[in-house]
Write a protein that binds this ligand. Structure first.
Ligand SMILES: Cc1cc2nc3c(=O)[nH]c(=O)nc-3n(C[C@H](O)[C@H](O)[C@H](O)COP(=O)(O)OP(=O)(O)OC[C@H]3O[C@@H](n4cnc5c(N)ncnc54)[C@H](O)[C@@H]3O)c2cc1C
Ligand code: FES
Length: 281
């Protein structure tokens, strides 16, 4: 059982709409977190319900011993986090889960984000900057209100390509449209990384399959414990032996999975896809 860490809130910033940037202090989380990992966190120190909730680690500052979460208020757990004042504490487990892989040398990391799924890509962009890797972030939502982090994603070497379905900011249409345009424009070797709503993840998986590209998706099931004991987070994943699928805990074996191995709702898995699956050991 990972340690229950008591983390003081050191800064909070309200963004437009129901969004918060919350910065907590914890030296190990700030030092160890990798893009795609998450914490299970809840406001206060009580052991009583509600359960801790999963949130991606959006940014870290090892020097200041802090990590930042991007929180959308949707219910009691996220609302209680948004009500914390600096100096008050939360309790959390983490960093948890399997991070995104590092793109192979010479490969461009194409990051595709929808809604709060943008959170891990701020840290991913930092990692690319540190390693000298190349990346491009496609950030989509229905309207500009769904892109509250636009102004906070600068300062890295990763260009940002916004897209909205109503055309209020960036490309007019779904976020996969500028992604496909970029791939069609003669971009070199690429690996796709996606985090966001399931329909978007599935669309990215189809783009990757059609073009023979490797893709990793961060899945977003309900999570009760974050450490592999409640089985609330199981997802169906294709085995590499071609015939069977099995259930995996997204909290310990994910949340990041090889997109070619995910059993998307209502989808048959093609033989070609089964053969290509398995690039993530
Ligand atoms: C690995 C992972 C990383 C995440 N990272 C972030 C993040 O960076 N920022 C962020 O704002 N949120 C993130 N989430 C989602 C976040 O965990 C949920 O929004 C949160 O648990 C809601 O808790 P609550 O008590 O506020 O609301 P609840 O009362 O638990 O839920 C309120 C409503 O939201 C729905 N809901 C709750 N969780 C999910 C979910 N995972 N998918 C779809 N619907 C859901 C419920 O069905 C309900 O209708 C992440 C989830 C996962 C699994
Ligand atoms: S959240 Fe409990 S097993 Fe994954």
């Amino acid at each position: 059982m990972p340690a229950n860490r008591i983390v003081p809130l050191v800064a909070r910033e309200g963004l437009r709409g129901p969004y918060w940037l919350l910065t907590f202090r914890h030296p190990e989380i700030a030092r160890d977190a990798r893009a795609g990992q998450f914490v299970m966190i809840k406001a206060g120190t009580s052991a009583e319900p509600p359960l801790r909730r999963p949130f991606s680690i959006m940014a870290t500052d090892p020097g200041a011993e802090t990590f930042t979460l991007f929180v959308k208020e949707v219910g009691p757990g996220s609302r209680a986090l948004g009500r914390l004042a600096p100096g008050e504490v939360a309790q959390c487990l983490g960093p948890l889960g399997r991070p995104f892989s590092t793109p192979p040398a010479g490969t461009e990391a194409l990051l595709v984000a929808g809604g709060y799924g943008v959170a891990p890509f701020r840290l991913f962009a930092e990692e690319l900057k540190r390693s000298g890797g190349r990346g491009r972030l496609f950030y989509g939502g229905r309207t500009s209100d769904d892109l509250p982090l636009l102004e906070h994603l600068g300062g890295t070497s990763t260009p940002l390509v916004p897209a909205t379905e109503d055309g209020s900011v960036g490309h007019h249409g779904q976020v996969t449209a500028p992604l496909e345009e970029w791939l069609d424009s003669g971009a070199g070797p690429a690996r796709l990384y996606a985090c966001g709503p399931e329909a978007m993840l599935h669309a990215v998986a189809r783009v990757a399959e059609a073009r023979g590209l490797a893709a990793e998706v961060s899945l977003d099931p309900w999570m009760g414990c974050g450490i592999g004991t409640c089985l609330g987070c199981v997802v169906k994943v294709q085995n590499t032996d071609e015939t069977r699928a099995s259930y995996r805990c997204a909290c310990t074996e994910g949340p990041v999975f090889d997109a070619a191995r995910v059993r998307w709702p209502g989808e048959e898995v093609s033989r070609a896809r089964r053969e290509r699956a398995g690039f993530m050991a």
